[in-house]
Write a protein that binds this ligand. Structure first.
Ligand code: GLV
Ligand code: MN
Ligand code: MN
Length: 406
């Protein structure tokens, strides 16, 4: 990275654009504690330092860059720099780059906040490496204990504490530190991950709530055997149980107007001419209410069990990462959304999970701003936001920070 100090949104955006980008798909692989994400972490430190912000790093890999001003609990903004596998450029980094740019804008305007304003980066928001979404913010707030987290393993069997140690994070007994006594509120700006804003013809929105959602691991074991010589009626095929379960999940979600996805599957030994010995597959499920989520997951599990009985396979289901419904504080959302020159910003729900949801559930007053995504596509190399909308997002965030820190 060059020695120059990029000040403006577009310069920062260009500087991070190549980091972790796959040549073939154009998507991003920015997994926590691995090289591209560490480069982004170093970039953040460089930007914060160049701006004279005071850096705080916790023992979990999260960072906050503080604009020390005024007194009392701070106003925090920011997001994450990691991505899903082959993800988009905007999910996470848009919130971090916009936060740095918004702080700069307020300083250029001569604004002096009455309380500190911090820019945060939470680690492993996507759970793409260790399976648990919003890992950094859960650990920082105490929503998850270090004892439960430290043994999580990635796909190569590397433990979380080992991966952290390789990034220089080797505190034996890291403690949560983030709570409402330190923060007046948290505002996360994020690219919209659906088509609500584009359909309304609006560039900026405010979050009302996050749908409850969870990840469920289905471990199915059967009998490994020859693909040619084993009669169809003699098989105990876990792939079949998995396939029927994926269809059942899709049907349950469509019938109930909710969401269910099998996006990850491991077959062992993954051999073309063998009946597999086992299949592990992960269901991502999201519903409007906690009750609807529990009942949809129950229905899928029951159908999977019935199918396993017919297939002669064995099934166990483990909930790996479940987040309840989050209703953001309506008066804070209203305070952010109302009275703008161009009219009020719409207030809308999201089906995607966010660190803001974790902080909110831990009693920290939280809110979110969304920036229009012209296609609604996300968690994909095609994820996009137009530059004028990104800059409108910076303005909106600056205005919001000014309202909340005056
Ligand atoms: C995070 O983006 C999620 O909703 O999975
Ligand atoms: Mn995401
Ligand atoms: Mn995100």
């Amino acid at each position: 990275m060059g020695a120059s100090v990029p000040d403006h949104f577009e310069d920062m955006w260009r500087a991070i654009e190549p980091l972790g980008r796959a040549e073939r798909s154009g998507g991003y692989f920015r997994q926590p504690f691995a090289s591209a994400e560490r480069e982004l972490d170093a970039w953040f430190v460089e930007q914060a330092t160049a701006r004279g912000l005071r850096l705080e790093a916790d023992a979990f890999g999260n960072r906050v860059a503080w604009w020390d001003s005024g007194s009392g609990p701070g106003v925090l903004t920011g997001s994450h720099l990691d991505s899903v596998l082959d993800g988009g450029a905007y999910d996470g980094p848009l919130g971090v780059v916009s936060a740095l740019a918004a702080v700069e804008l307020l300083r250029d305007r001569g604004f002096r906040p009455a309380r500190p304003v911090g820019v945060s980066v939470f680690v492993e928001e996507e759970g793409s490496r260790f399976g648990l979404a919003c890992l950094g913010s859960r650990l920082a707030t105490g929503a998850l204990t270090w004892d439960k987290a430290r043994g999580l393993r990635d796909r190569d069997g590397v433990r979380l504490d080992e991966a952290m140690a390789s990034a220089g994070l080797d505190d034996e007994n890291p403690q949560p530190w983030l709570g409402s006594e330190r923060l007046a509120c948290f505002v996360e700006l994020h690219v919209e991950q659906g088509r609500d804003l584009v359909d309304r013809g609006e560039a900026i929105g405010v979050a009302s709530r996050i749908w409850p959602h969870g990840r469920y691991r289905f471990d199915i074991s059967g009998e490994p055997n020859h693909a040619g010589t084993t009669r169809m009626e003699d098989r105990r095929d876990p792939m079949l149980t998995y396939a029927m379960t994926a269809l059942a999940a899709n049907k349950q979600a469509r019938v109930a107007g909710q969401r269910a996805t099998f996006g990850r599957v491991d077959a062992t030994p993954n051999s073309t001419n063998s009946v597999p010995s086992s299949v592990t597959a992960w269901m991502d499920a999201r519903c409007e209410t906690d009750e609807a989520l529990a009942s949809m997951v129950d229905a899928v599990v029951r159908q999977a069990e019935d199918r396993a009985a017919r297939d002669g396979t064995r099934l166990t289901v483990t909930a790996e990462s479940v987040s309840g419904a989050v209703d953001f504080d309506p008066s804070l959302a209203q305070r952010i959304a109302a009275d703008h020159e161009t009219g009020d910003w719409p207030i809308l729900p999201t089906q995607a999970g966010h660190d803001a949801g974790i902080l909110s559930a831990q009693g920290i007053l939280s809110a979110m701003l969304f920036v229009r995504n012209p296609s609604g596509i996300s968690h994909s190399p095609a994820e996009h936001a137009e530059m004028p909308d990104c800059l409108a997002g910076v303005d909106a965030l600056a205005e919001t920070l000014q309202r909340l820190s005056s």
